[in-house]
Design a protein around this ligand. Structure first.
Ligand code: GLP
Length: 263
């Protein structure tokens, strides 16, 4: 494997490994709840970076359940100060399409918590000028203060967001052609088979992700064990997009035992 010229931080900054997904998510929700309480008590908070995917589904479910037990006034304060930016969106799907990431966020987070949709930002994959849309999304994120806490999942080919291998550490928000393996990974969500999975997406780039103050990478399930092993052993290189996280000095890795259990 090619050597990287980038220096590794002490990585991960913290590894949280739990016996199963349920206890892992419980711990993660405890931390997220603390961070969200801070948002309520302080007005000067950076946007939250959000991800979609199967890994995130049970996390949002538990988060919704935890936040629903908050005092109404606290929940109302969280709602009014909410500002999040998602990593990515498919190109060519209407916001209302059941497989758009916009719909995913509405179903899994915004609607159950009564968040104003306009505070849950995602790129517009239906824009007539997708490159301009990517630039505008990036600009809006920067002018909103950049990401504070970023939640991340991991693709089986090592992608984060939709940064497909090989990818550049300096990349900003951009239009991307999805790899065959990513479209295959996500086909389960589409009733129309592989041809109904979009060919392109808009994604925040590695440099946007690395600008976050803290990053929480969540990896669960046996099917992620191989890529997680590769990631843990890798230098920071473009062939494994998530390995760029190794130059960041505040990455928390959250893994259950089946993802972490490797020889
Ligand atoms: C998707 C998304 C990523 C996600 C990753 C893992 O395609 N673009 O944001 O984190 O792949 O997905 P999953 O959690 O479904 O395995």
């Amino acid at each position: 494997m090619q050597k990287s010229k980038y220096e590794k931080a002490a990585w991960p900054y913290v590894a949280h490994v739990s016996k199963d997904e349920t206890s892992l998510i419980y711990e993660l929700i405890n931390l997220l709840e603390k961070k969200l309480r801070l948002r309520v008590s302080s007005s000067n908070q950076k946007p939250i970076g959000l991800a979609t995917g199967r890994t995130m589904q049970p996390i949002y479910k538990q988060l919704v359940s935890r936040l629903s037990s908050w005092k109404q006034s606290d929940l109302e304060a969280l709602r009014s100060g909410w500002c999040s930016f998602n990593l990515d969106e498919y190109v060519g799907l209407e916001k209302s399409h059941p497989n758009s990431f916009s719909s995913f966020m509405r179903r899994n987070l915004a609607e159950p918590l009564g968040f104003d949709q306009s505070k849950v930002h995602l790129p517009n994959g239906m824009s007539k000028d997708l490159i301009l849309e990517a630039n505008n999304y990036s600009r809006l994120l920067k002018s909103s203060g950049g990401i504070g806490l970023q939640l991340l999942g991991l693709g089986v080919n090592g992608h984060i967001g939709f940064n497909e291998p090989p990818c550049d550490i300096a990349s900003g928000c951009h239009l991307v052609t999805l790899s065959a393996s990513t479209r295959q990974q996500n086909v389960k969500d589409f009733s129309g088979g592989i041809t109904s999975v979009p060919l392109k997406a808009i994604t925040l780039g590695i440099s946007d992700i690395l600008s976050s103050q803290e990053i929480h990478l969540v990896v669960t399930g046996e099917h992620k064990a191989e890529i997680l092993r590769t990631l843990l052993h890798s230098e920071p290189i473009g062939e494994i997009p998530a390995s760029w996280l190794k130059v960041h000095n505040n990455v928390h890795l959250w893994a259950d035992k089946s993802a972490m259990d490797y020889p």
